[in-house]
Structure formats: C-alpha cells, structure tokens
Design a protein. Sequence first.
Length: 298
Amino acid sequence: MKFSDYYDTLGVSEQATTDEIKSAYRKLARKYHPDVSKEKDAEERFKAINEAHEVLKDAEKRKAYDQLKRSGFRAGDDFRPPPDFGQGYDFHFGDNDGGGFSDFFESLFGGGGPRARRGPTRRGRDLEARLSIPLDVAYAGGTQRVTVSRRDGPKSLDVRIPAGIAHGQTIRLAGQGEAGPAGSGDLLITIEIAPHRWFELDGRDVVLKLPVAPWEAALGATVEVPTLAGRVSLRIPEGSQNGRKMRLREKGLPGQPAGDQYVVLEIQTPPASKDMERRFYEAMRDEFAAFRPRAALE
C-alpha cells in the first residue's frame, strides 16, 4: 500500500483554509468529472479528488491525517498505519462514506484504525462496468443490457441509454452495486461507442468521408449523403478539391449544444481498363496541358 498526499491531490498547501480546500475541490471536480472530461484517467482522478476532499474537509480526519503526515510520510512511500493511529479521535461515517475509496483511506478511516466505527451506516461497495453501444443508440437513445459480476453472482440489467450520450460518459445505477449493512452501493457504467462503418466520432461531432467522382467535384453536383438522422441532399460546389470539408449543422450527436456532421470529399478516379477509357484520359491530359498539380512543390 502507498501513502497518498491529499494536499498534493487537491493542489493546495498544508496551511490551506477550509474555503481554499473547498474551492480547489470544486474546480478539479468540474474538470475531471467523468460525464464531461475527455482525459483518459478522468474517472480515477475524480475518485482521488473526492477522497482527498473527504479527509481534508473534516476537521477530525484532517487533524489525524496531518499528525500522520508530519511523521515523515510522502506520496508514494510504502505505508502501513501505525497501531496507535486515530487515538483520541472518533471518526464518524455518514451515508456517503466508505463507497469507492482507496485501500489507503479504508486502512485509516474505514476500519484500519482502532477507533474507527463501522456499523449500519456503511453502504456496500460501488461497482464499475463498461458498456459498448452502437452509434445509432448513442444518437437516438434506447435500452442495452449489461452483465456485472457481484459477490452473490453475475447479474444482468437493462440500462436506459439517454439520446446524445457521448463516448466515455458514465451512467450511475443507484443500488445496483455490492450489498452492505446500510444498503447497496451503486453501479457506475462507462459508455463506449462502437466504431461505425461510415462515421467517425470527434466528441459530439461526426465525420463522414464521402466518395465523389472527378466530374462531380469539377462541375458541381447535388448528392445524397447519410446522417445519423437519415439521408439529406448536399450540394458539392463547382471546383471542389480532394479533402474539402463541408459542415452539416447539428447533424451530430444531440446535446447542448448539438454536434455537427463534417463531410470530407474524397475524389475517386475511375480505372482506365479499356482502350476507349484510356483515350479519354489521354485527351484530358492534352486538353489540360497547362495544369500543374505539383506547382506548390517547385
């Protein structure tokens, strides 16, 4: 077990006031909340921030922790709680204590210290699961089944997916975690959106690579393109080049604000497999003799 520096986790000094601790906690909680953060380690950071705040906001826990920290422990040090830790303190636990905290916290305040009181106020442990859903379900919403492993055996649950949920967001199912004396913990489900055959996700935006013929790009054309809401007509401007990006407003995932769809043109060149087709390309070459496609490289 490693020692955790709760002050370092919140980015405050050991002399920080209660208001400074609260302000730092709120700022970091907003930044790393799994429902909004795109950081890969957002969920773990969010848990660590909550745990640090749980200790430093409570006068008794903070005083006991400070006493321990002054004995020389630093973040990452191997740690085992001293046998006399907590002497003179009576740690109380509310309904939110004991859920999802680290072994370090539990060893000090959740049962490791001789003065800690465990009883009917402790909930069961929160559980975590990951659920992969199709992009169309993320767009329109629906119901998906997830199976979680619990101490009393696996359990399958139907999860309601809200329309517009983004990759990496978390759904909390209250009371579906491990059972405990004061009730069950929660189940935290992290949503993963499965790859789609046409669309790529970029946050709430979707990207579609659209194949077009050379004459459609050169002369302009109106073509049908798929969106998450169905097919729409798109006007390709005359003289469009390969890689041109066109925007369809609010055709991405729903939300506040809704995402957009970006259509990227990919000009497809027909093969010249017949003599007549080759003569057509040769005539084009002669007609556009002044065209210098690599002028920028000269």
